[in-house]
Unconditional design. Structure first.
Length: 356
C-alpha cells in the first residue's frame, strides 16, 4: 500500500503534533513563583493564597497526566482550575492594602495575574484546533460534531435521568432548554448548563405567581422566585432586576446584626445574584453604606465606593465587605443544594458575627 493510500483511508495517519509540554511546565512554574512572591509579601490572606496554590497544583497535575498518557484532550480539564485560580487572584487583589507600598503591591498582584493569564493563553493555543464542550463546570472533547442532549450530558458525566440540558447564558435562544432528541451542532453551541430536573431554574416564574406580600416575581427564574418567596416568610425582601446588568439584586431589609461591636443592630443586606446562578454563587457581603464599627472605623476589608469607584464589585450606596466562599475553610457552595437562605445564614451572618 502506498503512503497516499494509507492516508486516504485514515488507517495510518501521521500522529497529530503534541503540545509543547515543556513550555506549559515553565509557565506553571512561573505562576507558582509569582504565587510564592505574593505569599511572602502579603500577610493575613492565607485562605485565598492557599486556593491559588491548590489550583496551580491541579493545573500542573493535569498537564502531567496529559503528557504521561499521551492524550492532549486531557488539557481541557485544566479549565476549571484556571478559572478557580483567576477568581482567587481577583479576591486577593480586592483584599490587599495598596496604601502602604502601592508600587510594589501592584507589581506583585500584576505579576501573579499576568503569569496566570499567560498560562491560560498557552493552554488555549495548544488546543486551538480542538472543540471544547463545556457543560456547567465540566468539559470534554467530543468525538462528533452533532449530538443529542442526553449524549452531551452523559459525555460530561451527568446522569441523563436526573438532569436537563440548557444552552449557556450567552446563547441567544429565546427558550434555553434543549428538548430531548434535538440534534445539537456543537460547532454552533458548545457551552451548556446541566440543571437537575424539576428545580425550576430553566424558565421564568409566571406573572401571576407572587408571594403573600404581593411583590411579583416576573422575569425571575422560577427556582429563584421560590427562593425569594421562602426568604419573605421571615424577612422584608425587595428584588431589583434592573440595578445592574447580569445580576439580580435581592435586598433583605433590616437584617439583624449578630454582634454588638458595630454601630447598628440591624442593616439592609444585598445578595448579588449572578446571571448563571446557582451554578455560580453570590459573592461579597453588602451592608448599609454607613455601617461601621462601634468606634466609627470602617469594618475589616470594608470598601466604600467613593474610595474605589472603578472596582467592579464595590457598589455605590453600599458598604462592600470583601468576604468570599472560596476563602472560607470548611464552607462550600453546592449548586441546587445551597441557596439564598444558606448564603444569608452562613456567609452574611458568618461575616457579621466576626465583629470586625
Amino acid at each position: 500500500m502506498s503512503s497516499d493510500d494509507a492516508h486516504s483511508d485514515g488507517s495510518e495517519e501521521e500522529p497529530a503534533d503534541q503540545p509543547d509540554y515543556e513550555t506549559l511546565e515553565k509557565l506553571v512554574q512561573r505562576a507558582q513563583d509569582a504565587h510564592e512572591r505574593a505569599e511572602s509579601f502579603f500577610t493575613g490572606h492565607d485562605n485565598v493564597l492557599n486556593s491559588i496554590d491548590d489550583g496551580l497544583e491541579e493545573v500542573e497535575d493535569t498537564i502531567d497526566e496529559a503528557q504521561d498518557s499521551n492524550d492532549a484532550d486531557i488539557l481541557a480539564q485544566a479549565d476549571p482550575f484556571i478559572d478557580d485560580v483567576q477568581r482567587a487572584a481577583r479576591h486577593l487583589e480586592d483584599q490587599v492594602d495598596f496604601s502602604t507600598d502601592p508600587e510594589e503591591t501592584a507589581d506583585v498582584v500584576n505579576s501573579l495575574d499576568n503569569s496566570v493569564e499567560d498560562l491560560e493563553d498557552a493552554l488555549e493555543t495548544e488546543r486551538k484546533d480542538q472543540l471544547i464542550v463545556k457543560v456547567s463546570h465540566r468539559t470534554f472533547v467530543p468525538d462528533e460534531y452533532v449530538m443529542e442532549p442526553d449524549e452531551i450530558l452523559e459525555e460530561a458525566g451527568f446522569d441523563r435521568a436526573d438532569y436537563l440540558l440548557y444552552y449557556g447564558v450567552d446563547a441567544e435562544e429565546e427558550d434555553p432548554h434543549i428538548e430531548k432528541e434535538t440534534e445539537v451542532d456543537l460547532r454552533e453551541h458548545h457551552v451548556f448548563t446541566a440543571i437537575p430536573d424539576e428545580t425550576g431554574y430553566g424558565g421564568t416564574a409566571p406573572d401571576e405567581e407572587a408571594d403573600d406580600n404581593s411583590k411579583p416575581n416576573a422575569d425571575l427564574p422560577a427556582g429563584l422566585a421560590h427562593e425569594v418567596a421562602d426568604l419573605r416568610e421571615d424577612y422584608d425582601v425587595d428584588v431589583d432586576t434592573e440595578a445592574e446588568g447580569q445580576y439580580v439584586w435581592v435586598i433583605v431589609r433590616d437584617y439583624p446584626v449578630p454582634s454588638d461591636t458595630y454601630n447598628k443592630n440591624q442593616t439592609d443586606t444585598l445578595i448579588r445574584v449572578p446571571e448563571n446562578y446557582p451554578e455560580q454563587p453570590p459573592d461579597w457581603v453588602y451592608v448599609d453604606e454607613d455601617f461601621r464599627l462601634a468606634n466609627g472605623n470602617v469594618p475589616k476589608n470594608g470598601n466604600r465606593y467613593e474610595d474605589n469607584p472603578s472596582a467592579r464589585d464595590i457598589l455605590e450606596g453600599w458598604m462592600s465587605l470583601s468576604w468570599h466562599i472560596r476563602s472560607l475553610s470548611g464552607v462550600k457552595w453546592i449548586p441546587y443544594e445551597t441557596g439564598l437562605r444558606w448564603y444569608l445564614d452562613t456567609i452574611v451572618r458568618g461575616r457579621l458575627r466576626t465583629g470586625e
